[in-house]
Write a protein that binds this ligand. Structure first.
Ligand code: IVH
Length: 840
């Protein structure tokens, strides 16, 4: 900051900065500097003007409030101006043991001035939370809401009546308050966005890749200044009333606190924390009480407000330029601070999710040193255009993780570059991939990535995957934590001795925890379930039980029993691991933890492709042409096996002797479900549907021939004009063309390996034409079809006299009706399941 020696220059500089900041804050709803910095500028200007009265001008920002409206809404003149409040902060640099009058010197001065001027002791104050929202004025005539406006510069605000009508807590009519309906009543208050709604709003925005709200205040201000009230209506806004403006035809009470009570009766929400307090000590006690509750309040506050309660006393105190002398805002330490962003790094979560984090030059924010902040995701970084080296505003609210809310653009050093997501995982080097339409990136190194190791092992061993007996989540975590399993295949080299050692380490840790728990609870004799179970086990193991207190008993037993039981447990686990060498391909595929690959898809893959070798080498383009496999999971599977780290782990698992009892050739039915037409139809090419694909395949026979023709040829062969053009555009991309050729080659390899249909042995449904209709609860129609085909059925799409059987699921419609009409045999889902069961 260039320190001008000349006070006039400095004052001009300060005014310019403050006016800029005002414009950004009030007009653009896009603050440029933290509140604390703004306050500091304002104070410096005030001090300068006090020391050099000749510098004070009536239009100085120290005399006006906020900024004039920018013309988007009609102007409203405030007959009673909407004033601002003088601010008090904790005096910087006071020693820890300082007394309150030193620590809160500005509050002490405020209270002392009142005592002196009014010649009273310990005056009564209305004490209120200082809401962090947007000040508004609501005008009621004859009991009806007629106009609502923003504060603007204090004298002239903006007419936002239509928007305020959308705020549910703004009464559209005054309620009966037991007094005559006032001719005119202006109520002043704050529009705010409750924290929970703010968080939900941002969570939704994050999921939809929309712009995030910087903080609840911005959310409220931005929402109220929408030109379309329908937009405001969707925003979760609320009102708290804290004062009044013009009043006609209403006898006001004598104190502010009674007025707030009256406003409640008229139907206005008033913050429940509003109270009264007596003298300086009462003010500070309130400040501390609300400060302690701050993080748990459902709305953001940035301090508390003290207002002399008695209206006569207020009048006697009067005003200084822009603020009353009878009120004071006592601000909490700032929750936002500026600091330098040193670097943006990515963290890999247990499931591979990649989260960018900001490494910051350490900065104190609301009493806590902040060195890291979340940046949410890559889109958020792009939206904020945060770059390494930038000065950024960091915000910390309650127990929420600190976050970066914006960049201070005019402090950007030269030579910065926009941030980009790294291509490889910093932990394992595998590709970082982004799924279509998702905000999240993930590391595709699943098995090879240390960050994902724990989750990978838990999942691999779980019941629905490899079902390794004796290896639950706790044991899996311990194996990883104590370094016994780095990679899944390490499981298969574990020895009984390894496991005994690990169990001892685990038990020692458990015992240490237990002893700590005993120390914490002073050893009261309470046996929980685990303690009781241990005791029973000790009895049956013949362990010598001597104890004084329950906690010691448990710790003692854990070690004692642990030692004795460890070898048995270890032997069992080694046996369980060994047994898992006899696996099924479907369970193994599911166990690899490939994103989006659920059990059903794993079964479908195993069914159609037959061997792991085919699964590993089938390109995504072909995978998605298989029945029951979607595009997203197809890409996910292919990406997984492409990662050298994952491939190495799979090889190592096979080398450790895992075999699949269900491996075999690709399904014979592939011969009817997979051909050039299917392959073409699943390409991401618009207007190239099943029918066009069919005609192209019939005309050209092979992909090679098709690729030798061109757009006009394809159109001539029966594809739609648009479809042919889109196909040409698609194939103009070399990568797309190459993957199609690869998919075609892989398809022929598969079909060559699949047994001929005729070789199938006669099934119970041989020759019968079956129609599936409606939806089944236990499987997809494709799956049911495959199972029926395996038993000899011929599938058909519509019901005719030739139909032999109709399987009707939930909500079956016209096909079922037709089958009934024709008297064809009909099965419901239980009948189908019973039949499949009998023939499996
Ligand atoms: S009274 C003459 N009470 O703080 C007094 N203001 O800096 C006028 N505010 O514009 C304001 N909570 O936006 C008052 N309980 C409260 C308040 C409050 C928040 C805001 C309001 C006002 C600003 C003054």
């Amino acid at each position: 900051m260039p320190a001008a020696n000349n006070p006039a220059e400095r004052a001009a500089d300060l005014r310019r900065r403050i006016e800029n900041a005002n414009h950004r804050y009030y007009v653009l709803d896009d603050p440029s500097i933290p509140d604390a910095d703004y306050d500091a500028l304002m104070r410096e200007l005030e001090a300068l003007e006090a020391a050099h009265p000749e510098l004070a001008s009536p239009d100085s920002p120290t005399r006006t409030v906020g900024a004039r409206p920018d013309g988007g809404f009609p102007e409203v003149h405030h007959a009673i101006p909407m004033l601002s409040l003088a601010n008090a902060f904790e005096t910087p640099g006071v020693p820890d043991d300082a007394d309150d009058r030193t620590r809160f010197a500005e509050v002490a001065d405020f209270e002392r001035r009142i005592e002196q001027k009014l010649d009273v002791r310990d005056p009564v104050f209305s004490v209120e939370p200082k809401l962090d929202g947007l000040a508004i004025s609501l005008r009621y005539e004859g009991g009806a809401f007629v106009q609502g406006s923003t504060r603007g510069d204090g004298t002239t605000g903006e007419d936002v009546t239509a928007n305020l009508r959308q705020v549910r807590s703004v009464p559209l009519r005054l309620r009966d308050a037991g007094v005559p309906v006032p001719e005119v009543l202006e109520v002043r208050g704050e529009i705010y966005m409750p924290r929970k709604d703010f968080a939900e709003w941002n969570a939704r925005a994050l999921a939809h890749n929309d712009k995030l709200l910087a903080n609840p205040r911005n959310g409220a201000a931005g929402s109220l200044r929408q030109l379309d009230p329908a937009v405001t209506r969707r925003r979760p806004l609320a009102l708290f009333a804290y004062g009044i403006g013009e009043v006609r035809g209403l006898e006001l009470p004598e104190t502010h606190s009674e007025t707030l009570a009256l406003l409640r009766r008229f139907g206005f929400p008033v913050a429940p924390e509003v109270d009264t307090a007596v003298g300086f000590d009462g003010l500070i006690a309130y400040y501390r009480r609300i400060g302690a509750a701050r993080d748990t309040l459902p709305y953001d506050i940035d301090g508390v407000v003290y207002k002399l309660d008695d209206y006569d006393q207020q009048q006697a105190m009067g005003f200084v330029s822009r603020a009353p002398r009878w009120a004071l805002a006592h601000k909490f330490p700032a929750q936002e601070q500026a600091t330098v962003l040193r670097a943006i790094e990515v963290q890999i979560g247990r499931t591979g999710a990649v989260t960018p984090v900001a490494r910051l030059q350490p900065v104190q924010v609301a009493g806590v040193t902040v060195t890291n902040a979340t940046l949410h995701n890559a889109d958020q970084i792009a939206r904020l255009d945060v770059r390494e080296g930038d000065t950024v505003i960091v915000r910390r609210a309650g127990d929420v993780i600190p976050e970066i809310v914006r960049v201070v653009e005019d402090q950007r050093p030269p030579g910065t570059v926009p941030w980009t997501m790294p291509a490889h995982c910093p932990v394992c080097g595998s590709d970082i991939v982004r799924e279509d339409g998702e905000a999240a990136y993930r590391c595709s190194g699943g098995l090879a990535c240390a960050a994902q190791r724990r989750e990978a092992l838990r999942h691999f061993a779980s019941r629905r995957a490899m079902d390794i007996e004796g290896l639950g989540d706790r044991q899996a975590d311990a194996l990883v934590e104590f370094g016994f399993v780095q990679s899944l295949d390490d499981l298969y080299t574990l020895t009984v001795e390894d496991l005994v050692r690990m169990k001892a380490a685990l038990d020692a840790a458990t015992a240490a925890d237990l002893l700590q728990a005993v120390a914490d609870s002073r050893g009261a004799l309470v046996l929980d379930d685990e303690g009781t179970a241990l005791l029973a086990q000790a009895g049956s193991e013949g362990v010598d039980v001597h104890w004084k207190r329950a906690g010691f008993l448990r710790a003692h037993l854990a070690v004692e029993l642990g030692g004795r039981l460890a070898s048995r447990w270890a032997e069992n686990l080694v046996a369980g691991i060994d047994a898992s060498r006899n696996a099924t391909l479907a369970r193994f595929l599911f166990g690899l933890g490939i994103p989006h690959l659920g059990e059903t898809t794993a079964k479908a893959l195993a069914h159609w492709l037959g061997t792991l070798a085919f699964v590993r080498t089938t390109p995504a383009t072909l995978l998605q042409a298989l029945p029951d496999i979607g595009g997203e999971v197809a890409r996910s599977i292919a990406t997984f096996f492409e990662q050298p780290g994952n491939a190495a782990v799979v090889d190592a698992l096979l080398a450790s002797g895992i075999r699949f009892s269900d491996e075999g050739p690709p399904a014979a039915a592939l011969r009817e479900r997979l051909d050039l037409a299917h392959l073409l139809a699943t390409l991401p090419v618009d207007k190239l549907g099943g029918k066009s694909a069919q005609r192209l395949a019939e005309t050209y026979g092979t992909l090679d021939a098709l690729l030798r023709a061109n757009e006009s040829g394809w159109a001539g062969a029966g594809a739609s004009r648009a479809g042919a053009a889109n196909l040409a555009a698609f194939l103009a991309d070399d990568d797309a063309r190459r993957s199609l050729v690869e998919a075609d080659a892989a398809m022929w390899r598969l079909l060559d390996a699949a047994p001929a249909q005729a070789a199938r042995s006669a099934g119970p449904l041989d020759g019968r034409t079956v129609v599936l209709t409606g939806s089944l609860a236990s499987m997809t129609r494709d799956e049911a079809g495959a199972k029926l085909e395996a038993l000899g059925a011929k599938l058909a799409g519509s019901v005719s006299k030739k139909t032999g059987l109709v399987v009707a699921g939930e909500a079956a419609g016209s096909k079922l009706a037709k089958a009934e009409e024709l008297g064809i045999e009909i099965w419901d889902e239980p009948a189908l399941l019973a039949f499949l069961d009998a023939h499996s």
